[in-house]
Design a protein around this ligand. Structure first.
Ligand code: FES
Ligand SMILES: [Fe+2]
Length: 378
């Protein structure tokens, strides 16, 4: 595609997306492949909205931390001595070294370079051999502390600090999720993938089950055929896809669903996208949360967290069941990767244009309307 001005690109997007679903198409392929659009997403979407960075079960104790890069911003997600989960900058206030990588536990955060040391709330405790630096402002040398909210056990960060409180917009989902006690869940499995495709290719894939008979004929399609799926009418900055069990029959859970989880959830499961990119599937006995650490227009690290409530796990052979869940989840995602990689390759073609949507793909449409709205904001 010849170089177009950004406002023309957005206008082209609105021309295909801002229509009733029956007449709408997806965003043009430019939105999936252009580094300029990606830069705009970083600025207008990822830095301005709440973004899910991980789960509280990863940092149960004071001093537990993990690193996460959000929109190019290196973060340290830390549980303080006061039990509070914070999203601190991971960039040392001396000469920009990263304070840590990976995950761990520490009493203080000490920079490996020249050993400036910070408390778990980010305040500077020590800066060795700096006595000759006149007027060193120690308060200004505390680590920046980004807005952080824990919702249903998931840690969300808002980099610019101006987003409305997350919980208000998600009230309808919180009501639905109450019986699961999600904030008490533990991690029963974790699988990681390096993904070389645009982040929206995965979101699109996750939010429709139309592809079950094409991509998962031996796995999902047997139990959860795509043709009877439905998408909830939009009620906020999120999309919901309902996936009934074959013939509306009862699915056999691996673990024991908590009491209070409605019986109808044994006959269907639901998948959610809290915009832009917090995607998860909720079954009667377990939850699969997909965390995307997006690095560029065609590169992100995916971590799939498999979660369950401790009371659901009081079953014989629980370790074998957890391993089985990890294996099945991986196998299904490997099938999805084949589709996503094919799409990424195909949408680079000069022949690729906006794609018409099935009624089964309404959640993609809802997401893209929201995205265009965000990208068009000043
Ligand atoms: S860069 Fe951290 S102490 Fe120098
Ligand atoms: Fe799939």
């Amino acid at each position: 595609m010849a170089k177009m001005k950004m406002e023309d690109v957005l206008k082209a997007g609105r021309a295909t997306v801002d229509l009733p679903l029956e007449r709408a198409s997806t965003l043009p392929p430019e939105f999936y492949r252009s580094p300029e659009i990606f830069d705009l997403e970083v600025k207008k979407v990822f830095r301005r909205n709440w973004y899910s960075v991980g789960h509280i079960a990863e940092i149960p104790n004071a001093g537990d931390f993990f690193r996460f890069d959000l929109a190019g911003e290196p973060l340290l997600i830390v549980r303080g001595k006061d039990g509070v989960v914070r999203a601190l900058s991971a960039v040392c206030r001396h000469r920009w070294m990263l304070l840590a990588e990976g995950a761990g536990n520490a009493g203080t955060l000490s920079c490996p370079y020249h050993k400036w040391t910070y408390a778990l709330d980010g305040s500077l405790m020590a800066a060795p051999l700096m006595q000759e630096a006149d007027d060193l402002d120690r308060d200004a040398c505390s680590l920046p502390n980004f807005a952080c909210e824990v919702w249903q056990g998931v840690i969300f960060v808002n980099l610019d600090g101006n987003a409305d409180p997350l919980a208000t917009a998600l009230e309808p989902l919180a009501r639905e999720f109450a019986p699961w006690k999600m904030d008490e869940m533990e991690i029963v499995g974790r699988v990681e993938f390096e993904q070389a495709f645009n982040w929206k290719v995965l979101i699109d894939n996750f939010m429709e089950a139309y592809h079950h008979f094409g991509i998962h004929p031996e796995t999902f399609e047997r139990e959860y055929p795509g043709e009877n799926t439905t998408v909830d009418a939009s009620k906020g900055p999120f999309a919901v896809l309902r996936i009934p069990h074959r013939d509306n029959g009862l699915a056999q859970p691996l673990f024991t669903p908590l009491s209070g989880i409605p019986d109808k959830v044994r006959r269907s499961f639901s998948v959610f996208n809290i915009f832009p990119a917090h995607i998860f599937a909720v079954l009667a006995d377990t939850l699969a949360y997909y965390r995307l650490e997006i690095r560029s227009v065609d590169d992100f690290k995916l971590t799939i967290y498999l979660l369950a409530h401790p009371d659901s796990l009081k079953v014989p052979d629980v370790e074998e069941l957890k391993a089985f869940l990890r294996d099945v989840t991986s196998a299904i995602h490997v099938e999805d990767i084949a589709a996503c990689e094919g799409v990424q390759h195909g949408l680079m073609s000069k022949t690729a244009g906006p794609a018409r949507l099935s009624h089964l793909e309404a959640a993609i449409h809802q997401h893209q309307i929201w995205l265009l709205d965000q990208l068009g904001q000043i």
